[in-house]
Design a protein around this ligand. Structure first.
Ligand code: NAD
Length: 481
């Protein structure tokens, strides 16, 4: 319920990726800070919050959602400063998350169980209880979205939360803490501890025996480390991990619409989105036309200062990501893919100190190349030709990931046939990146465990208890004869 200085962490400087300069100083928590936050969360769970009826939790969440909406424009600017995404994009995304909190508020008093018909001798029923203290660990690319997808359902379910934002982008989560306080949430229900992941607040939170569940969004390798450190306390886990989403364009599609979606989603968030449709599978008869259009559209993307509303694409969010993206562009060249647009770091015109990259297109790639298999997390589109439905489906599924997929066709039968064969948690037909609070989101395979959003998103924060009550009070003596 209050801001406190770090007990054993320190003050960390946060870098603005468009200038490479420090723009904020943030307190980072250590082990003692996590202990204090978890103790506060446990006390709140055992206190008035744990006894608060669902409709009162809903009222608090609604008040928070309204405050969030009132502050959304400022939050969008902060997210842009923190991770460099273009403000026009941040406004559209960040400005919608009050809906997530409202949606989960509407479910807070609908967590009832069911009665189970068995026989007359018993009355059997289920109740659904909050999982308990939740550790929410979020990534740097979409800190406010990832927080909304966790805090909304966790609080609706009656859990308490310790939120650990990514070390590169901690600022907006501190603002959320202020708004939860202002909304009137009791102390200890929502705690925010910025800090490092490995050997820092993230790892301490994950290993902490007082935490019942970890809700994590980030990389698969981090999820494995989290599993290991959480194993001793047998926590519950939900994981929202990476993707290498296929975006399939058949020749019978409305090609202009498909191009809008495919180019828009290949470079969204400067390529730093889990749902990026960066593996673009194109039917061979239209392949050259699509490559040509990609090159033309890459030339139309305005890369620049992210706070400028004319800018389409800002910088990469931090120096390591810039280096990673440039290294994958080298890998693509080395593998024999044809670089047909972009491929360079952008400098000049005031961009020298920032982490800017050109929108990049590789053509004549194969699905076996690393640029088609590994998550680059930069603005790099890889265009791969295919022949016919079977090859499209085989290529789409030939990946360790399974988060999202896009499919463009004018044939309704094909839409059903092909979407029905895709192994991914979200399949979009003749649209892309359509995500709502009410539509479950999450991955098959290495893209995650569980779902966020939708009623499934709430289920992930509830435990089911089955109660069986005898109607007779009679119990047979096992040793009577
Ligand atoms: P990351 O795994 O490096 O870090 C995510 C969070 O984990 C950070 O808060 C970090 O401090 C923390 N962390 C790191 N090591 C830890 C440890 N050992 N123990 C506990 N916490 C630890 O991920 P990132 O680079 O910040 O985010 C990018 C990744 O997130 C991409 O793979 C992207 O696809 C994925 N992502 C997925 C979704 C989704 O909904 N599926 C959404 C956004 C991002």
């Amino acid at each position: 319920g209050e801001f406190v200085p770090p007990a054993d962490g320190g003050m960390i400087e946060s870098i603005d990726p468009s200038t490479g300069e420090v723009w904020a100083t943030v307190a980072f928590g250590g082990r003692t800070d996590i202990d204090r936050a978890v103790a506060a969360a446990r006390a709140a769970l055992d206190g008035p919050w744990g006894r608060m009826p669902g409709h009162e939790r809903a009222a608090l969440l609604r008040r928070f959602a309204d405050l969030y909406q009132a502050h959304a424009a400022d939050l969008a600017v902060l997210e842009t400063r923190d991770n460099g995404r273009a403000l026009r994009e941040a406004r559209a995304d960040v400005g919608g998350h009050h809906n997530t909190y409202h949606w989960f508020a509407s479910l807070a008093d609908k967590t009832g169980g069911r009665t189970i018909p068995v026989d007359d001798s018993v009355h059997a029923f289920t109740s659904r209880l909050p999982v308990g203290v939740v550790g929410a660990i979020t990534p740097w690319n979409v800190p406010l979205m990832a927080a909304a997808w966790k805090l909304g359902p966790a609080l609706a379910a009656g859990c308490t939360v310790v939120l650990k934002p990514a070390e590169q982008t901690p600022v907006t989560s501190m603002e959320l803490a202020k708004l939860f306080h202002e909304a009137g949430f009791p102390p200890g229900v929502v705690n925010v501890v910025p800090g490092y992941g490995k050997d820092g607040a993230g790892e301490y939170l994950t290993a902490h025996p007082g935490v019942d569940k970890i809700a994590f969004t980030g990389e698969g390798s981090t999820a494995k480390a989290i599993l290991r450190s959480g194993a001793d306390s047998l926590k519950r886990f939900t994981f929202e991990l990476g993707g290498k989403s296929p975006h399939i364009i058949f020749a019978d599609a409305d090609i202009e619409q498909a191009l809008n979606a495919a180019t828009g989603s290949a470079w969204a968030l400067c390529g730093q989105s889990c749902a990026l449709g960066s593996r673009i599978l194109v039917e061979r008869s239209i392949y050259d036309r699509v490559v040509e259009a990609f090159v033309a559209r890459a030339g139309k993307v305005r890369v620049g200062q992210p706070l400028d509303l004319a800018t389409h694409m800002g910088p990469q969010a931090h120096a390591e990501q810039l280096a990673k993206t440039l290294s994958y562009i080298d890998i693509g060249r080395g593998e024999g893919a044809e670089l047909v647009a972009g491929g360079n770091r952008l400098t000049g015109s005031g961009l020298d100190k920032g982490y800017f990259v050109e929108p990049t297109v590789f053509a004549h790639a194969t699905n076996a190349m690393r640029i088609a298999r590994e998550e680059i997390f930069g603005p790099v589109a890889t265009l791969i030709p295919f022949e016919g439905e079977d090859e499209a489906v085989a290529m789409a599924n030939d990946t360790t990931y399974g988060l999202t997929a896009g499919l463009w066709t004018g044939d309704v039968g094909r839409a059903h046939r092909v979407s029905g064969r895709i192994r991914a948690g979200m399949v979009w037909v003749n649209t892309y990146r359509y995500i709502r609070w009410s539509t479950p989101y999450g991955g098959f395979k290495a893209s995650g465990w569980g779902r966020e959003n939708g009623t499934e998103g709430l289920d992930a924060y509830l435990e089911t208890r089955t109660t069986v009550i005898s109607t007779t009070g009679r119990f047979p003596d096992a040793y009577a004869n």
